[in-house]
Ligand binder design. Structure first.
Ligand SMILES: Nc1ncnc2c1ncn2[C@@H]1O[C@H](COP(=O)(O)OP(=O)(O)OP(=O)(O)O)[C@@H](O)[C@H]1O
Length: 586
């Protein structure tokens, strides 16, 4: 997006705090008046001194004191209000980003590293906050101060004032010259930071893996590359900023010198008072300094706008819902799911189908096992069933209606999910189980925990259900996390359960507790399970064998085994696996 468009969008966020910005503008105007009064004050003191007007001194001291008090007050309010405005705008943008991120299509999450999204919430947000406070006010105050100083200068000595104002166009040109380059470097920097944060997130969340595999040196080397990229862009930014600063300094000093030489000349000729010359010097500062600051402010604004653009990309990305959906209320029943000629492509290209012509029907209460080799399309089928992606061809209907007719939230209310790796959120065990049904009371929560074989271990924890589980459940064992996730699914009590069986074996006792919990969860439910266990497939009402995105065999265990096809191969392989596991354990 063009930086102008980005700026106007940022302005909308700022517009919510009109009073605050009105206060800031008043403070700014008072500050400028005080600055100018210092020049006037200088001229008064000098003229009184030159004319030996000693009796004016008490008044001059009083004026000096008033200027001092005014300056300290405006300085306080200026800093305080700018900070307040910046914090409020940042907070609103952060909340808005979250509000939109929660509604993004799964496709966005599958394509984008979460670290990159995190950078938009952190470093980009920080840059935008700066823009809404210090930078925008600086961009307003400096030209206005320069303009007021110029008008005052015109009053003192107009030919001198006109010579001095030449600094303006030269500085604006400098700003333009370096601003675009700063904006491009700013965007590159934020992207590099996004990549660095993504990498950090992967590595710091996998401490056990890098310790065991001895990857410390490799990771340190790779991170050096990310860090060096960031440092190089920052250095290059420094160069551009330095060059912009140097050019503006040269212009400022040259203008200053010419004006002073001329002012001195006019005093010597008797056409300018000494007091007026002192006021002139002070006013020159107010004219030249703002122009010297403008290029740097302008480039910081460009950099902040590059950050804002990255945030607005998240806000503008296609969403699943127009508003945040109402909390889920699981459906109580259904009769049939009909998957009819479903085809799907992640890329939208019909030549790259991840699923081809998938057809099957499930009746309430049945268990369907989905088996097949890696990359066969099992998880993709789950994603479609859960409404995370829409089929490219064909339909998925529940009781004769597809998700378009039912509405996405309501469609998802038919489902509960137990993923392969249990995901728990930061918070207490209670919070996590109640995610299944926030309206459940303690009795229902305890009953769910008991069914999930989780109650006893939870009660042994120091704070029972109120125990904080730590980041991603890090303070719990794998089996404990799974049982909490199962308790959550039990409390949800949705009629269709999608279960991705864990491939990683737990120890015997833990495995038994988890399996037992899962069988209780499945009672009375329709279950579609990506199955890795023989016991699950043997008892399924329907087995779908998936290879290369197609259902290559379909039926019940004995019939498929007798057919001697792909299912039999998979079954034999799994049988050998489980026999080996039993041998290792015994
Ligand atoms: N987000 C994605 N974008 C593009 N292609 C994808 C995406 N996710 C999966 N695929 C591709 O779709 C195909 C099916 O993958 P899927 O994860 O559904 O297989 P799977 O049967 O669940 O495999 P596994 O048993 O190994 O988990 C694979 O070729 C995979 O590379």
């Amino acid at each position: 997006m063009k930086s102008k468009g980005v700026f106007f969008r940022l302005l909308k966020y700022m517009g919510k705090y009109k009073l605050l910005y009105a206060g800031l503008i008043m403070t700014m105007l008072a500050g400028i008046a005080l600055d100018l009064s210092v020049a006037w004050f200088l001229s008064q003191i000098t003229n009184a001194a030159v004319k030996f007007e000693i009796d004016r001194w008490p008044t001059l001291v009083a004026i000096g004191a008033i200027i001092l008090v005014g300056a300290s007050l405006t300085s306080f309010f200026d800093t305080y209000l700018k900070q307040k405005a910046s914090v409020k705008v940042r907070n609103d943008i952060r909340l808005d980003t979250m509000d939109h991120a929660l509604r993004l299509h799964q496709d966005y999450y599958d394509r984008t590293h979460t670290g990159d999204l995190l950078a938009r919430f952190t470093s980009d947000n920080q840059a935008v906050g700066e823009a809404a406070g210090n930078i925008v006010m600086g961009l307003l105050r400096n030209p206005l101060l320069a303009l007021c100083a110029f008008i005052y200068l015109l009053n003192i000595h107009w030919p001198l004032a006109l010579i001095t104002i030449c600094v303006g166009p030269a500085m604006i040109l400098t700003g333009k010259m370096f601003g675009e380059s700063m904006r491009i470097k700013g965007a590159r920097l934020q992207e590099a930071m996004g990549r660095g944060t993504s990498y950090l997130q992967d590595v710091l969340g996998a401490s056990v893996l890098y310790k065991i595999f001895g990857l410390e040196k490799k990771i340190s080397k790779q991170y050096r590359q990310f860090s060096t990229d960031i440092a190089e862009i920052e250095q290059s930014q420094g160069k551009t900023q330095g060059a912009a600063g140097a050019v503006s300094q040269v212009i400022a000093i040259a203008t200053f010198m010419i004006a002073i030489l001329l002012a001195g000349y006019f005093v010597a000729k008797g056409s300018l008072e000494v007091g007026a010359m002192l006021a002139f010097i002070q006013l020159m500062n107010y004219l030249v300094n703002p122009f010297a600051l403008l290029p740097a402010l302008w480039s910081s604004m460009q950099q902040a706008l590059a950050g804002a653009d990255r945030i607005f990309q998240v806000i503008d990305a296609p969403k699943e819902y127009a508003e945040l959906p109402t909390p889920s209320r699981a459906k109580s029943s259904f009769s049939e799911i009909d998957v009819s000629s479903v085809g799907f492509s992640y890329t939208g290209d019909v030549n790259e189908l991840a699923l081809h012509d998938i057809r099957f029907r499930v009746h309430a209460g049945q268990t369907v096992a989905i088996v097949g080799g890696s990359g066969g399309g099992k998880s993709t089928l789950f994603k479609l069933l859960l409404g995370l992606y829409a089929p490219t061809a064909g339909t998925i209907e529940i009781d004769g209606k597809d998700r378009g007719a039912i509405g996405l939230r309501e469609y998802r209310d038919y489902f509960s999910l137990v993923p392969q790796e249990s995901v728990l959120f930061t918070g207490s065990i209670r919070d996590n189980i109640l995610d299944g049904n926030p309206t459940a009371d303690d009795e229902q929560m305890f009953a769910a925990a008991k069914q999930a074989n989780a109650y006893d271990f939870i009660m042994k924890l120091p704070e029972g259900f109120d125990t904080e589980i730590g980041e991603r459940g890090s303070r719990l064992s794998g089996g404990q996390k799974q049982r909490i996730a199962i308790a959550r699914a039990i409390l949800r009590d949705a009629p269709i359960l999608l279960l991705d069986e864990a491939t990683a074996a737990l120890d015997n006792e833990s495995e038994r507790l988890v399996q037992d919990a899962l069988s209780r969860l499945m009672v009375g439910k329709t279950t579609l399970v990506i199955a890795h266990r023989l016991s699950t497939v043997q008892h399924a009402d329907l087995i779908l064998v998936m290879e290369h995105g197609k259902i290559v065999e379909k039926g019940k265990h004995h019939a498929l085994l007798a057919a001697g096809g792909r299912y039999q191969e998979l079954y034999q392989a799994q049988l050998m696996n489980e026999e080996q596991e039993t041998l290792v354990e015994s």
